[in-house]
Design a protein around this ligand. Sequence first.
Ligand SMILES: NC(=O)c1ccc[n+]([C@@H]2O[C@H](COP(=O)([O-])OP(=O)(O)OC[C@H]3O[C@@H](n4cnc5c(N)ncnc54)[C@H](O)[C@@H]3O)[C@@H](O)[C@H]2O)c1
Length: 355
Amino acid sequence: MKCPSVLVTGSSGLIGSEAVGHFDRLGHDVIGVDNNMRREFFGPAGDTSWNLERLKRSTRNFRHYNLDIRDRAGVMALFEQNSFDLIIHCAAQPSHDKARDIPLTDFEVNALGTLNLLEATRQHSPEAVFILMSTNKVYGDAPNEKLLRELETRYDFADAADFQGIDETCRIDRTLHSIFGASKVAADVMAQEYGRYFGMNVGVFRGGCLTGPSHSAVELHGFLSYLVKVAVSGQTYQVYGYKGKQVRDNIHSFDVIRAMEEFAANPRPGEVYNMGGGRENSVSIIEAIERIEQLTGQKIACTYHDRNRKGDHICYISDLGKFKSHYPGWKVTRSLDAILEEMVEAQTSQLAKSA
Ligand SMILES: NC(=O)c1ccc[n+]([C@@H]2O[C@H](COP(=O)([O-])OP(=O)(O)OC[C@H]3O[C@@H](n4cnc5c(N)ncnc54)[C@H](O)[C@@H]3O)[C@@H](O)[C@H]2O)c1
């Protein structure tokens, strides 16, 4: 029997590289597409070539293409030369703060790049499962309308009905998204349409904070890994608004890929799922700083700015109920403490290597 063939875009990034490793270990042929544009967005700290080299060393059936997903002819040619069973689309301009400076590029990568891939899939691999890594920023700042209560170290939902967090019924229009959030809405809705209108096996995953040791962490993207990086290297962390009590739910890249694997085995065309660490893996900035200080034994220097990031969520926890009910075999397997321990270890060894 032919091994399923997997295409991963953004294959040198956090989620893409986890997908490459995972499906390669399962014996699939994996093609990765990544042009290291993260370096162009964020400078040398965003360079993902170290991760590509790591993948090349550690995989068996992985081929990498230095292709830009904005290059429609190049994307079409890739699909003409290969047939795919599973497409995991993670290539993106991922930062909402960065998008403000480059709205055209942001839209071309996030929205048009996604459409290029959807259309190439429709024309050449129409039976394939296509998973778009979307974001909770498609909800804009609508989650901030929830009634909140202020606790000593975090904000939390005041209403017991919101305890599990934000679900997929949260509206996605008439809110402040950021330019990034809006380009992701375009991609998210278009992907749903390829599922609903064309009946293709498309799934949309709206990420909370996705994290893991393979992130090329920068201040503008990668909350926990950047915080750990700052802690380990003795730099100063900038906290923007909400007294540092803003809450994020964090999920390890491994658990994201496991969720994708479940969807791929039993796809539901056009479905949308929130994907994060849920309440158990939620943490405020203050709490995260405290936990990392305990792990490293070192104080983290912080500067506090009164003004919050525009459109930033005050308390965001992904309600995972819908995904769990559709895919009962899936659960979050990596606790927040386990994630932090792994990241401290990874950052410490990376720092030692670069010293
Ligand atoms: N990390 C998070 O916290 C988070 C949260 C919610 C949603 N997401 C979404 O998940 C997806 C993956 O995020 P990530 O954290 O792995 O990001 P990442 O930046 O680590 O990986 C994205 C990769 O895509 C590549 N890329 C960018 N533009 C490209 C282009 N035009 N052509 C080819 N490759 C290109 C980059 O070089 C990078 O390696 C993104 O769509 C992001 O918006 C991430």
